[in-house]
Design a protein around this ligand. Structure first.
Ligand code: AMP
Length: 283
């Protein structure tokens, strides 16, 4: 596996790559798990070569968020990438991506302000940081396809919008959520959970599943009533605090009536000091 750590070396590699051969891009923040690996496997199948990036992007973390303690198991990650036959890893240091004079931000209006982007949650600057780093990666890698997980559904929508708006011409590929046996969506942040918190966390996908059941079986029930039901299940779980539970149109991410299809049931919860997100797309 070729490991590239600077923008100039990456550009040199890219410029030597045949212009008509396809490149798949899989951006990650590392601490790799089977969710990440599913994106890579798909990219390896569909493209001539695959570039995986590991970059814990400082500008998408708020001042009180977990940037410092975000897991960075570098050796483990390398072993996983080599094990799957990933040919190219781009893993820049923050200063390679953001010089002292860096002053450009990409802001995807509307989509960035809802759900996780609302002021009561992570706030819109989170998606500004995501959109900026993804735009940099798309410009640098010029991939035919880029792979993103539906686990971060709002992020996916922000990236689809920015890819269209800025004419990158990359195909954004949506990949399904990979879950643990008990339904918890895989996440690098799951490793923060204590054993007791881990068992509380399993109630999060279960509560969303209950919401989904109501959506398909109680066709007269309102969005508000379904959200109340999901919240009431979660309120009974020890150490769990609800950030938000919403039913939204998966295109606009605006609140939508329960009869709308497709419909996204999306949520974020705190388990102790760990914030988890999950969603179910009802089509
Ligand atoms: P992250 O390292 O958390 O920034 O995630 C990198 C990519 O992997 C993003 O496109 C995520 O949506 C995707 N991803 C993370 N967890 C999962 C999962 N459980 N299933 C599918 N994709 C995932």
């Amino acid at each position: 596996m070729k490991i590239i750590r600077s923008v100039s070396s990456f550009r040199a590699w890219r410029d030597r790559f045949p212009f008509d051969a396809s490149i798949g891009l899989v951006p990650t923040m590392g601490a790799l798990h089977d969710g990440h690996m599913s994106l890579m496997e798909r990219s390896l199948r569909e493209n001539k070569t695959t570039v995986v990036t590991i970059f814990v992007n400082p500008i998408q973390f708020g001042p009180r968020e977990d940037l410092k303690k975000y897991p960075r198991p570098w050796r483990n990650d390398l072993a996983k990438l080599r094990g799957r036959g990933v040919p190219v890893l781009f893993a820049p240091e923050p200063r390679a991506m953001y010089s002292d004079n860096f002053s450009t931000k990409i802001r995807v209006g509307g989509l960035s302000d809802r759900l996780c982007g609302s002021p009561a949650s992570r706030g819109p600057s989170h998606f500004e940081g995501v959109a900026t780093v993804v735009a940099k990666l798309l410009a640098l890698v010029r991939p035919s396809r880029a792979y993103f997980g539906e686990k971060d559904f709002q992020q996916l929508r922000v990236i689809e919008r920015l890819n269209d708006d800025l004419n990158f011409g990359t195909r954004i590929v949506r990949c399904p959520i990979v879950r643990e046996n008990d339904g918890l969506a895989m996440s690098s942040r799951n490793r923060y959970l204590s054993a007791a918190e881990r068992s509380s966390a399993a109630m999060f996908p279960l509560a969303l599943q209950q919401g989904r059941k109501l959506l398909t079986s109680q066709r007269k029930m309102s969005s508000e009533a379904i959200i109340r039901h999901v919240k009431s299940i979660l309120s009974a779980v020890p150490a769990l605090r609800i950030d938000y539970i919403e039913l939204v149109d998966p295109e606009t991410l605006r609140p939508a009536p329960a009869r709308r299809r497709p419909l996204l049931l999306a949520g974020a919860v705190w388990i102790g000091r760990t914030r988890l997100i999950d969603n179910i797309l009802v089509s």
